[in-house]
Design a protein around this ligand. Structure first.
Ligand SMILES: NC(=O)c1ccc[n+]([C@@H]2O[C@H](COP(=O)([O-])OP(=O)(O)OC[C@H]3O[C@@H](n4cnc5c(N)ncnc54)[C@H](OP(=O)(O)O)[C@@H]3O)[C@@H](O)[C@H]2O)c1
Length: 262
């Protein structure tokens, strides 16, 4: 039996890692992609220990900022598993601090990872999906994509970029039978805050937080349904609708949340 195959960027940690386990448990063959090879190996051992019926696993070390690395990952996944059905373009990095005082290298890293990384992923998988007669590109954006967020502005703007991209790409690729889903992820318990760039180390306590596993299960279900966009919790929906209906109020609230403590 041919299994469906998923390529997950940022599979070494957090949501991407939970997606790798959830897709493998659901019987997908998984290609896990990230820079940290050791963490990808540990993930492979965990997938091997899953009960019968699990999919296979291939780790590919690479950087989403490099188009060649993603093209190589697609080639290796197809060589190993024979096809490629789903991309979860998940790799991302945050930034906390003001725009104008930031180190340019940090902002460049956010832009290159969160925007170029998604573009490289989508462009790398499309030829294979076209050749197969279809596929599914799932883009990890954020519930704050539609909110103006002072002190994490470039991060949110990068997510606004990929949400906009997802909507347009869905129409560009519909004749190729390739679905594109905008995943509007909200606050999730991962190492994201610890890994983010910038001088501000404040964490947003007191807000509802979901587990990476719950997000991953919802992404696996959505891989079958292929919705245009997906929100994950009532709180995420509140943030999304707040950005549409009361943008000024939401921006003020965001400023309070993200403003560095004196
Ligand atoms: N956690 C949240 O509250 C939250 C909310 C909304 C959206 N999101 C989004 O969810 C996604 C995953 O974040 P997370 O919460 O799981 O954070 P995380 O635990 O920090 O994981 C980030 C992943 O991205 C990978 N990555 C970063 N830069 C990369 C690069 N240049 N090339 C390849 N891989 C790279 C990291 O792997 P390596 O370091 O091994 O490369 C890691 O696997 C991000 O796009 C984030 O913006 C998260």
């Amino acid at each position: 039996m041919t299994r469906a195959v998923v390529l997950i960027t940022g599979a070494s940690s957090g949501i991407g890692r939970a997606c790798a386990v959830a897709f493998a448990s659901a019987g997908y063959d998984v290609c896990g992609f990230a820079r940290n090879g050791e963490k990808l190996e540990t993930l492979g051992a965990e997938i091997e220990d899953l009960p019968a019926g699990r999919g296979g696993y291939l780790e590919v070390v690479g950087d989403v900022r490099r188009a060649d690395d993603l093209e190589a990952a697609v080639a290796r996944a197809v060589e190993r598993f024979g096809r490629l059905d789903v991309l979860v373009a998940n790799a991302g990095v945050g930034y906390s601090g003001t725009v104008v005082d930031a180190e340019w290298d940090d902002l460049q890293t956010v832009i290159d990872t969160n925007i170029s990384g998604v573009l490289h992923g989508a462009r790398a998988v499309t030829p294979q999906m076209r050749a197969q007669g279809g596929g599914n590109i799932m883009i990890v954006s954020s519930a704050v994509a539609g909110v103006h967020t002072p002190y994490t502005a470039v991060y949110s703007a990068s997510k606004a970029f990929v949400s906009s991209l997802a909507g347009a790409l869905r129409l560009e690729l519909e004749d190729d039978n390739i679905a594109v889903t905008d995943l509007l992820v909200g606050r999730t318990a991962t190492d994201f805050s610890a890994n983010r760039l910038g001088p501000v180390r404040k964490t947003m306590s007191g807000l509802p937080t979901q587990s990476a596993e719950a997000v991953a299960e919802a992404i696996v279900r959505a891989a079958r349904r292929k919705p245009k966009r997906l929100a994950f919790s009532w709180f995420d929906r509140l943030v999304l609708w707040g950005g549409v209906l009361a943008p000024g109020l939401m921006a003020r609230e965001a400023k309070k949340q993200y403003q560095p403590d004196e």
